[in-house]
Design a protein. Structure first.
Length: 530
């Protein structure tokens, strides 16, 4: 350390000497050309007159500096250097699969690395170097790049991913996450099959000819997957919901069957599949926890598909869809998801903004300030009551998976939006904070918690990690695939890895039997409807 101090001082005086060779390199803060010129002419005389005091002062400063550095070196505990040595450790291996909780990288303080030129490098980087950066997308993409050689399935980098199903229940964020996951895989294999699409209103480029494929369930392309027609009352085909506006009841009778059969690329279920792994993501779109008046305010929109309530969509859309998909793919495990992610917020906020607009007779636009006022506790409690009900319904609908294990239920946090009147960011933050309290209460308050739900409920902090990346959005509400969906994909795979049993050598025969090679298929038959 003392030697380093001498080196620093030596560099300082060398630099100072070189600067003094040309005094014109120094420009005063307040520069006047004429005065400066006169000072330059008189400068040699001033230097000669003051050279001895300057040298004495410089020598004194050197001695005092060296004494200070020596004292600092002798009094600094040797343990101080240990921290920096640990910080410099370069760990590239994943935490032990036998104990995945050894390091929780996504629970660590860190930052989201943004790299537009290298898609898979948009990772969460913990500041603690003992907890390495995790990217499970990279080994998956590496496997998909070798599909032409038909690799042995037992050599897959992620054997725990085989024949797994992830269910996403929420809104357009879930749709983009599923669609982007497939796009990212096909766009980053070597050679790339296509670019990632930022357009959510057109079919995905990930299709039957790419390593991953995504599609929305519709009557034309996937009729065998389409859930059965929804009836509010199966015993009365024309029954109208009790809270439907009285002046629109005939409209419901005339159009409700049309709404139930409707296809829309934005609000229909989406499926993303990786055939070589037999892995899939299935989404369910909801209009918030419970649309007012059974969704009647949205019934004139082409994206309105009944049923409208969260619970009805769970039972009348998602469960039949999983049953149909399980039959078409000849894979019973699909009916028992391995990971379930849930969220509700953007449509609830939209509903409250529109209610404020109607009650105050104002038009919603980007200049509307009323919707940035805090949500009332009446609204928050209304929302919490319904979230609790829907989480209990999900817990009941999916009691265990094929391995007799309960799938974790992740509550996805909301992300900070750009300025937008139907999802004002001040209310986004307020609702997200309230959701954190609610999830914590459901997990820990014995008086209201369901033991089964409490044991499997977790908080997914993806939304909070997106704070500061509003410049990388598709629009005021939806983050782009890079970095948003890349981060989400790695977080999802990490949670899935922890949730499922890691195949051991004894399981190889079981794993092998699940593969019936047919091109890129894991299990047979695979429908070609997508």
């Amino acid at each position: 350390m003392v030697n380093r101090a001498f080196s620093v001082l030596n560099n300082y005086f060398s630099t100072t000497a070189s600067k003094n060779k040309n005094s014109n390199e120094y420009i005063p803060l307040h520069h006047h050309h004429q005065a400066s010129h006169q000072e330059d002419q008189e400068l040699p005389k001033t230097k000669n007159e003051n050279s001895l005091p300057v040298k004495l002062l410089t020598t004194t400063l050197i001695v005092l500096t060296l004494i200070s550095l020596l004292i600092l070196y002798l009094t600094t505990p040797s343990t101080k250097t240990t921290y920096h040595q640990d910080w410099d450790l370069k760990l590239t291996e994943l935490p032990s699969q036998d104990n995945p909780d050894t390091c929780e990288p996504f629970n660590q303080a860190g930052y989201l690395n943004y790299d537009p030129d290298h898609i898979l490098d948009n990772n969460w980087v913990p500041f603690n170097r003992k907890c390495p950066t995790i990217s499970l997308l990279k080994p998956l993409v590496n496997d998909l790049s070798k599909l032409h050689s038909q690799p042995n399935p037992l050599s897959f980098a992620l054997p725990w991913l085989v024949n797994r199903t992830v269910v996403l229940i929420g809104d357009s964020i879930e749709r983009f996450h599923a669609r982007d996951f497939c796009d990212i895989l096909s766009a980053t294999t070597e050679p790339p099959y296509h670019e990632i699409s930022e357009n959510g209103f057109s079919p995905s480029k990930s299709n039957q000819s790419t390593p991953s494929r995504s599609f929305y369930v519709n009557s034309k392309d996937s009729p065998e997957l389409k859930p059965p027609q929804y009836l509010f009352n199966p015993d009365d085909r024309d029954a109208v919901p009790s809270d439907w506006p009285s002046d629109q009841r005939q409209k419901y009778r005339d159009h409700h069957l049309e709404w139930a059969d409707r296809d829309n690329i934005r609000t229909s279920p989406w499926i993303c599949e990786v055939p070589s792994y037999g892995f899939r993501i299935v989404t369910l779109f909801t209009f918030g926890v419970e649309p007012y008046k059974s969704g009647s305010y949205y019934s004139d929109q082409d994206w309105f598909i009944s049923p409208s309530s969260f619970i009805d969509k769970l039972h009348h859309t998602l469960l039949p869809l999983l049953e149909n998909l399980s039959r078409e793919r000849n894979e019973p495990r699909i009916r028992h998801p391995d990971l379930i992610e849930v969220s509700s917020g953007l449509w609830d906020l939209r509903q409250w903004s529109e209610e404020d607009s109607r009650l105050n007779n104002i038009t919603l636009d980007d200049s509307t300030e009323l919707v940035y006022r805090s949500l009332s506790f009446t609204r928050l409690e209304w929302w919490a009551e319904r979230v609790t009900t829907l989480l209990k319904a999900i817990d009941t609908a999916f009691p265990s998976n094929k391995d007799n294990a309960t799938a974790p239920i992740l509550w996805r946090s909301l992300h900070h939006t750009r300025r937008h009147s139907v999802a004002p960011y001040s209310r986004v933050e307020q609702l997200d904070q309230y959701a954190r309290l609610l999830i914590h209460t459901l997990k820990n308050n014995e008086t209201i918690a369901n033991p089964s739900l409490a044991n499997r409920l977790k908080f997914d902090n993806w939304g909070r990690k997106m704070l500061g990346f509003e410049n990388h959005f598709r629009d005021p509400v939806h983050p782009k695939a890079v970095p948003g969906s890349v981060l989400w994909s790695d977080m999802m795979l990490w949670e899935l890895r922890k949730a499922v049993a890691i195949p051991s050598p004894d399981d190889h025969s079981v794993l092998s039997s699940s593969f019936k090679h047919s091109g890129q298929s894991v299990s047979s038959p695979h429908s070609s409807s997508s």
